[in-house]
Design a protein around this ligand. Structure first.
Ligand SMILES: [Zn+2]
Length: 454
């Protein structure tokens, strides 16, 4: 292939991939208009994509919002509705722009204030689509910012609807250092409520975890020694951001200890940390897990547990055998705790829902004679549990028999449309070690097959 053809082929391939994106959106619209996600037991189109395409949750969400913005939807009587971003959709169908261009347009369009007229909004969209056809996603963003400045010259067109649309706080996933990014925008009310709290709890000297003599709680509390506070403030080298962080951390603790949060699924709202007896004895290194799916260094978990109240530490060396038989239908709090330690989260294969989003369910349904014993109970999130039923698309659950690789664990048997052989599945998501071992075995098997060794 001559040099020019390599570049030409790259361009042609890119065009095809972009047009394929439009086809994918059309199929997503089709599946939603046929109510396929609900029919197959998923509570959102995103969940359907994750299951059938094995894409990540964020990828699925990007695809569904692209379909919402660019797809051609229909009224109940079958008439086509214009796409939310019609010119952008047309450019994508032509293969002239990719998903990143479309996202850049959508991002700018979301920021256009409500007070702008519909015809100005349509003009803005066609200008941005044109920029996308001729430039990169960054070009669209730059043009968009200038367009916004033009549509909202004093920056004061924002009204309540804009504010309510922009509000939000996002908690990122824990990174490899176990830190979590927090980002978002507070509306003026939330800001007005937060400011006075930080003014007292985050002032220099207060709630400093690096300083054992730093007063805890509220700076105006009469029990706080004024001189100790002044001295602690003089020693305080934290940045304002670090002081805000420590104030929030102290407030979370006080909230949990106060009991005002009530109960969640039968247990007091509290940070539940699970660790093994071995981790406790070593008391150093390793990470414990929380019922909300987070990770916490064992040292920190033990420090948290010193204050007893907000935290409950469990030991998952085989859990506690609790046999309540058929005396009661509702699982006891102890059983729930034991399941949190043993299963870590929803037991349906592939589901990442942590224990805090799960309810305790009978592996064999109660109305079919299931027992409320620890070994016949399992954790399932509401969405997955709703998929267990007697209909043609229903899943069934059973306990893996003794002698099986994962004896005693909950097996989920898929309906024929997912797997015609209906092979039972076990969730390894909350047991990272198993996932790695499983992948390693498979890879070894493949390597062996490649060598021609049976
Ligand atoms: Zn689930």
């Amino acid at each position: 292939m001559p040099d020019t053809d390599v570049v030409l082929t790259l361009q042609q391939l890119e065009k095809s991939l972009r047009r394929a994106g439009a086809v994918s959106q059309r199929l997503i619209v089709e599946s939603v208009e046929r109510s396929l996600p609900a029919t197959l037991g998923y509570n959102s189109p995103n969940k359907l994509l994750v299951e059938v395409l094995r894409v990540s949750a964020s990828d699925a969400s990007a695809r569904v919002s692209a379909a919402r913005n660019l797809g051609t939807w229909h009224t109940l009587s079958g008439e086509s509705l214009p796409a939310t971003l019609p010119e952008t959709a047309a450019a994508q169908r032509d293969g002239a722009i990719g998903p990143e261009h479309a996202r850049a347009v959508a991002k700018i369009m979301r920021k256009i204030p409500h007070a702008v007229s519909n015809s100005d909004i349509a003009t803005a969209e066609s200008i941005l689509a044109e920029c996308a056809r001729g430039g990169t996603p960054e070009d669209v963003e730059n043009a968009g910012h200038r367009l916004l400045a033009h549509l909202d010259p004093d920056g004061n067109l924002g009204d309540d609807r804009d504010r309510s649309r922009r509000r939000g706080v996002s908690l990122g996933r824990q990174d490899s250092g176990l830190m979590s990014k927090i980002s978002g925008e507070l509306d003026p009310t939330a800001r007005a409520l937060l400011d006075p709290i930080l003014a007292k709890w985050a002032r220099p000297g207060m709630n400093n975890p690096d300083d054992p003599q730093s007063p805890r709680g509220d700076a105006e509390d009469p029990s706080i020694d004024r001189e100790a506070l002044v001295a602690a403030a003089a020693r305080d080298t934290r940045t304002a951001a670090q002081r805000n962080h420590d104030a929030l951390s102290a407030i979370f603790r006080v909230m949990l200890e106060s009991g005002i949060l009530g109960r969640h699924r039968g247990l007091p709202v509290t940070a539940i940390v699970t660790m093994t007896l071995e981790q406790l004895e070593k008391a150093a290194g390793g990470v414990a897990t929380t019922a909300t799916g987070g990770l916490l260094p064992v040292d920190d978990a033990l420090k948290l547990a010193e204050h007893a109240h907000p935290v409950l530490v469990l030991f998952d060396h085989n859990g506690r055998p609790l046999h309540l038989g058929r005396r009661r239908r509702v699982a006891s709090a102890d059983q729930r705790l034991a399941l949190i330690a043993a299963e870590g989260g929803c037991t349906r294969a592939g589901c990442a829902a942590p224990a805090s989003l799960c309810a305790v369910h009978h592996v064999q349904e109660w109305h079919k004679g299931g027992h409320t014993d620890i070994d016949s109970l399992t954790l399932a999130c509401d969405a997955c549990h709703a998929q267990v039923h007697d209909g043609p698309a229903g899943w069934t659950t059973t306990s893996a028999p003794s002698g099986a690789a994962y004896a005693g664990r909950t097996e989920w048997i898929p309906p024929p449309h997912i797997d015609p052989d209906r092979k039972p599945r076990i969730n390894h998501r909350h047991h990272a070690g198993e996932m790695i071992a499983h992948a390693r075995r498979k890879a070894r098997g493949r390597a062996r097959a490649g060598d021609g060794v049976p």
